[in-house]
Design a protein around this ligand. Structure first.
Ligand SMILES: Cc1cc2nc3c(=O)[nH]c(=O)nc-3n(C[C@H](O)[C@H](O)[C@H](O)COP(=O)(O)O)c2cc1C
Length: 215
């Protein structure tokens, strides 16, 4: 961690969904660190089904804004990251690449042989592929959001977009699902109010449903 990076507890406490950005560009080394943080996320069988489209070009941001209910911050953000999941990555080389890297890191041949059977079985029959993709993509997305905040940027997660239009703007293949948009930049004007969070006793249960957790 560089001495200027914010600690995670502070980020979690103080992060707000940024209402407006000033558009100043992000240095490539910071962008690389943010993207890499996402790619370090965990995933089932290490299948890493996430895909990200990085949008910085002003014209492309304008088009993306048109696909996002005209939300101004899509155009104002220094970088927009469009987080997608690829339903067919595992069919198109990801499985082999995962096994190759795994072997390099010490995966046993018996695990690799089993994974080669189990994973295609599991994914070709998955009852809810969009949910499977969403589950993984949002972890990587959150890694990126928190890393951007750690580096001193402000962030805006967004689900306000029309998938059909986003697909068209970004020329996405059919196997891609658009999961969420992440705006990164520097806050312009006042920050959003803190909306607060439900008490733990409302949302966390102790051992079984119905027993509110109190710590
Ligand atoms: C997945 C997700 C999608 C969101 N979509 C939008 C959006 O499209 N537009 C917007 O203005 N805010 C959006 N938000 C921001 C939320 O409104 C905000 O996180 C929430 O009000 C809590 O505020 P806070 O993040 O500042 O604590 C989204 C947040 C998340 C996590």
């Amino acid at each position: 961690m560089s001495s200027t990076e914010k600690p995670i507890s502070k980020i979690i406490r103080e992060r707000r969904a940024t209402p407006s950005f000033d558009g100043t560009p992000i240095p490539e080394k910071d962008l690389k660190q943010i993207l890499s943080a996402g790619l370090h996320a965990p995933s089932g069988y290490n299948m890493q089904p996430w895909r990200f489209i990085v949008v910085r070009n002003p014209e492309q941001k304008k088009r993306l804004r048109g696909a996002s209910f005209n939300q101004a911050k899509v155009e104002e953000a220094s970088v927009m990251i469009v987080a997608c999941g690829d339903a067919d990555g595992w069919r198109n080389g990801d499985l082999e690449e995962m096994l190759r890297m795994g072997r390099e890191g010490g995966m046993t041949e018996s695990y690799a042989a089993q994974a080669k059977e189990t994973i295609p079985n599991y994914l070709s029959n998955h009852p809810n592929m969009p949910m499977w993709l969403n589950r993984h993509v949002m972890i990587a997305f959150t890694h990126m959001m928190l890393m951007a905040e750690a580096l001193g940027y402000d962030t805006a997660p967004m689900e306000g977009f029309e998938e059909v239009k986003v697909r068209e703007v970004l020329k996405l293949p059919l196997s891609y699902h658009v999961v969420a948009l992440l705006g990164i930049g520097h806050l312009m004007g006042p920050d959003k109010h803190n909306g607060g969070r439900f008490d733990m006793a409302r949302t966390v249960f102790d051992e079984e449903y119905g027993k509110p957790m109190r710590l």
